[in-house]
Structures are given as structure tokens and as C-alpha cells.
Design a protein around this ligand. Structure first.
Ligand SMILES: CC(C)(COP(=O)(O)OP(=O)(O)OC[C@H]1O[C@@H](n2cnc3c(N)ncnc32)[C@H](O)[C@@H]1OP(=O)(O)O)[C@@H](O)C(=O)NCCC(=O)NCCS
Length: 149
């Protein structure tokens, strides 16, 4: 897709980002969590925008050499157009600039779409957390190593 900007999320983006998350029935973030996260060091959030509309976002938290993906969501109308990949690629650049050499994430066992995305991006499954989601669904823990020059 043309004309997509990947830029840092700011407070004006919060409501739209939360709506996007809710449209996928995901409840990882809330307005207050995002407000807090955007203030704190050690978090980094990006949005993909086109014509001033948010098409997707990603958030990570990081400590020393490790980052965790908090959330990555793309608008229903714009999936499978490479937007999540653009967001992830920008995160790898950020990691390289900040000496972050590995990225971790948790994904639902049933979320094969997201797993496909991560596998395509070189993440590997390193372990499983049993009944992690709602005390029912298993989580896969995935990891990607980032080469630091
Ligand atoms: C997962 C998600 C972020 C992917 O976003 P996206 O912008 O559509 O992803 P991309 O277009 O960059 O796709 C990259 C790769 O991911 C995989 N993928 C993406 N959508 C897929 C689908 N519907 N079915 C199978 N594989 C898919 C493919 O390998 C794809 O590469 P390809 O198109 O060359 O085959 C998006 O579907 C989404 O927001 N899902 C709901 C939120 C969610 O589950 N987030 C992850 C929580 S861990």
C-alpha cells in the first residue's frame, strides 16, 4: 500500500487505537493504560497512518536487551496488505538502535493468523504457558533474535 506513514503514537491517537483494539474484541489496552504507557520510558508505540487515519499500531515494552510485544493490531479493512509487517520492521530498527537483541511475545494457541505473521518474520516458538488466557487457552511464547552490529 502507498502513502502509509509509520510514526510514534501520541496522546491524540489513543481513542482511535482503543477503538481498533475493541473492533477485534481484544482487551489488552485501555485508555488509562495507554496514557500511562505513552508517558513511561521503556515503552515504544508506533501507528501506521494513511490520510490521518490509524490503520494499525504496535506497542512494545523493553528492559535491557529484551523487548516484549504488548499488542499489534491492524484494522479489519486493511489486513493482508503488509501493514503489520511494516510496523514490525520499524520495531526491528528501533531495537537495533537501542541494543535490544531479542523480542518476545505471547500469542493464543488458536490465533494462527498472528502465528503465521510471526513465523514469517523469523520468530520461533520457544515454550508454552498452559491455560494462560482466561484460565483456558494456552499461550505460545515466541522469540526473535535481532542481530546487533
Ligand atoms: C495479525 C495481524 C496483526 C496481521 O496484520 P496484517 O497487516 O494483515 O499482516 P501482514 O499483511 O503484514 O501479513 C504478513 C504475513 O502474516 C500472515 N498472515 C496475515 N494475515 C493472514 C491470514 N488472514 N491468514 C493467514 N496468514 C496471514 C501471512 O504470512 C502474511 O504474509 P503473506 O501475506 O505474504 O502471506 C492482523 O490480522 C490483526 O490485527 N489481527 C487481530 C489482532 C491480533 O491477533 N494481534 C496479534 C496478537 S498476538
Amino acid at each position: 500500500m502507498d502513502n502509509i506513514q509509520i510514526i510514534q503514537m501520541n496522546n491524540n491517537d489513543i481513542d482511535e487505537a482503543i477503538s481498533l483494539e475493541e473492533s477485534h474484541n481484544i482487551h489488552i489496552l485501555s485508555k488509562s493504560i495507554l496514557e500511562n504507557d505513552l508517558k513511561e520510558k521503556n515503552n515504544y508505540y508506533l501507528v501506521a497512518k494513511s490520510n490521518n487515519m490509524i490503520l494499525g499500531y504496535i506497542g512494545i515494552s523493553y528492559v535491557l536487551d529484551t523487548a516484549d510485544i504488548i499488542s499489534i493490531v491492524v484494522s479489519h479493512d486493511y489486513t493482508r496488505k503488509g501493514i503489520a509487517s511494516l510496523l514490525l520492521n520499524s520495531i526491528y530498527e528501533f531495537c537495533k538502535e537501542n541494543n535490544i537483541s531479542r523480542i518476545m511475545l505471547e500469542v493464543r494457541e488458536t490465533n494462527t493468523v498472528a502465528q503465521n505473521l510471526y513465523l514469517k518474520h523469523g520468530f520461533t516458538k520457544i515454550s508454552e504457558r498452559k491455560k494462560y488466557y482466561e484460565g483456558k487457552e494456552n499461550a505460545y511464547i515466541m522469540e526473535k533474535k535481532i542481530p546487533i552490529i
